[in-house]
Design a protein around this ligand. Structure first.
Ligand code: AMP
Length: 420
């Protein structure tokens, strides 16, 4: 559906056109009218589905039309908060709506000045927002709309008490929640704080449809060599390497740097400035390799990554899915390569690979220990299987289930109708 056909302000439509967006993604087609109508929405969607504009357009439109005074968007990480702020500023380039971002790790004075100047939309991490509320720097009641972005991630990171406190201080008229999963603690949060809502479920397995996934059996001591082979294969394409610890991130980036590669690393121990600097260098192509812990896995808008390498496997299938979602975005074919144990056993939950996996299970690295260094050069290459090219804005999971609900039991029934 074209944005022209959706009902929202011409100023915002102008900005959307300037951003180069013509057709609304599935999540946008469903979410924008629901939020403009004044419904709360619970949206199950993944990064890369266009969810930021899906909530960004209607919260902006509602402010522009006087239906809302100001909105708060809570994000799990500083990086995501900045990224959301950037997108919302673009959406509001012609509306006069002021979008700002608050996050921890630096002084509060500048943010206090911004509060005094007035805020229409605030993107914030929960901890920093609570600091401002506790210090009475801002009136939480000014926000009548709250968006919980990547709610599952915020809960995974232990923000449950912070979120509860914020929602109790703010008492928003409208609360919207976006999450890759709607189970467990997310379901509890919804039942406690969002009494009525429209649920919009997007197809779960969009990630992976256009990703050529390979699993390389590689002994621990040859992992760096195997990684260098992939870097060579990628030419100048960007390679995002996931590792499990901050130490490995530092170690690996140092090794790659010493080997003459242009590399940055990003993890939780780095200062905010250093993380932003590394991410900017990767995004602008100054360096083509970014070594990251999972802090970078979700929410970050790093598009056109040709290769995602799971140097260390993720701890769970969900994290794995989010990691590899950095490649194969916006209809491009991507490559995701996971290093598995030298004995050929998959490390981590088997369901990652679904008995053979999307890319065909562990294969390619035939050399193993016996082949020595040269063995790492055996990983398979080739085109995606089955002409699997598909836009990442693939199909809808089910039509949104309309209507208010007070009970979270029901939507789950609805989800069971998935056409996966
Ligand atoms: P998100 O899921 O919000 O992180 O968006 C993923 C990427 O899709 C970002 O680079 C957006 O700028 C881009 N995007 C969002 N909506 C559209 C659209 N309707 N058309 C083209 N690109 C879009």
């Amino acid at each position: 559906m074209k944005f022209e056909e959706l009902d929202f302000s011409p100023q915002i439509k102008d900005s959307i056109k300037k951003m180069g967006y013509e057709n609304a993604t599935d999540v946008q087609v469903d979410t924008i009218p629901a939020m403009v109508k004044g419904n709360n929405v619970i949206v199950k969607s993944h990064t890369g589905s266009g969810k930021t504009a899906a909530f960004g357009i209607p919260i902006s439109d509602n402010i522009l039309n006087g239906k809302s005074r100001s909105a708060l968007v809570l994000c799990p990480t500083r990086e995501l908060a900045v990224q959301v702020k950037d997108e919302l500023r673009k959406i509001n380039s012609r509306s006069g709506i002021h979008v700002t971002v608050f996050y921890g790790g630096h002084g509060m004075n500048q943010e206090v000045r911004e509060i005094r100047d007035g805020i229409d939309i605030l993107c914030a991490t929960p901890g920093r927002l609570l600091d401002h509320i506790r210090n009475k720097n801002l009136d939480p009641r000014q926000f009548d709309t709250v968006v919980l972005d990547e709610a599952d991630r915020m809960l995974d990171m232990g923000f449950i008490q912070d979120l509860k406190q914020i929602l109790e201080h703010v008492k928003p008229k409208h609360t919207h929640l976006f999450s890759a999963t709607l189970d467990g603690s997310v379901a509890k949060l919804i039942s406690e704080y969002i009494p009525t809502y429209e649920e919009i479920l997007m197809k779960e397995e969009i990630v992976g449809k256009n990703i050529f996934e390979r699993h390389i059996k590689v002994p621990k001591e040859l992992k760096i060599t195997a990684l260098e082979d992939i870097i060579t294969e990628a030419h100048d394409g960007r390679v995002l390497v996931f590792v499990s610890t901050k130490r490995t991130a530092d170690f690996l980036s140092r090794k790659l740097y010493q080997a003459g590669h242009k590399v940055e690393s990003i993890h939780g121990d780095k200062s905010q400035r250093a993380r932003e600097f590394a991410l900017r260098n990767f995004k602008t192509g100054k360096v083509s390799i970014l070594v990251a812990t999972d802090v970078a896995a979700r929410g970050l808008q790093i598009d056109n990554v040709e290769f995602v390498v799971n140097y260390d496997l993720a701890n769970d299938a969900d994290t794995h899915k989010h990691r590899i979602g950095r490649t194969g975005r916006m209809g491009d074919t991507g490559h995701a390569i996971s290093f598995v144990g030298e004995d050929g056993n998959h490390i981590g939950p088997r369901q990652f690979f679904g008995g053979g996996g999307r890319g065909g299970g562990a294969r390619g690295f035939s050399g193993g220990r016996d082949s020595g260094r040269g063995g790492t050069r055996g990983f398979s290459r080739g085109p995606p299987r089955g002409g699997d090219r598909r836009g990442s804005f693939g199909g809808r999971d089910s039509r949104p289930s309309r209507g208010a609900r007070g009970n979270f039991g029901k939507p789950r029934g609805n989800r069971s109708q998935r056409r996966d």
